[in-house]
Design a protein around this ligand. Structure first.
Ligand SMILES: [Zn+2]
Length: 128
């Protein structure tokens, strides 16, 4: 499985034409390697399911994409936090308050953020 381009990623807001915000990274000595280009549709039609995004929403999407490597690393670090590891029978998840009843497996509630973090990490790494 190929790894994503190392961080930092950044937006180029203000550097490009209106309606286009690229997400860039530095790699292999090149300062501007394209990660993503955000564009808005020129034709807005609710019947066709396309709606033009405003400049601010495009910028917000660009910031979210640029932050994604750091978000991934933060999720992985949080899951590695020893406070989130079951410590045996009687350990209680700080998020969903489920109590560990087995040394081999801890079952979180369906909506526990620990499970959500595991799922999104797997999706981001293409192993979901
Ligand atoms: Zn939990």
């Amino acid at each position: 499985m190929t790894e994503h381009t190392p961080e930092p990623w950044r937006t180029s807001i203000g550097e490009l034409m209106y309606g286009q915000y690229d997400v860039l990274a530095a790699k292999g000595g090149f300062p501007n390697v394209g990660i993503a280009r955000l564009v808005t549709v020129e034709f807005s039609s609710t019947a066709l399911g396309s709606v033009a995004l405003c400049r601010e929403e495009l910028a917000a999407n660009g910031r979210l994409i640029a932050a994604s490597p750091k978000l991934l690393a933060a999720c992985e670090a949080l899951l590695m936090d020893h406070n989130l590891f079951p410590r045996g029978v009687g350990w209680v998840c700080p998020f969903c308050q489920t109590e560990c009843v087995s040394m081999l497996h801890h079952k979180h509630d369906e909506d526990c953020p620990v499970l959500a973090a595991r799922k999104v990490i797997a999706e981001a790494k293409g192993i979901a």
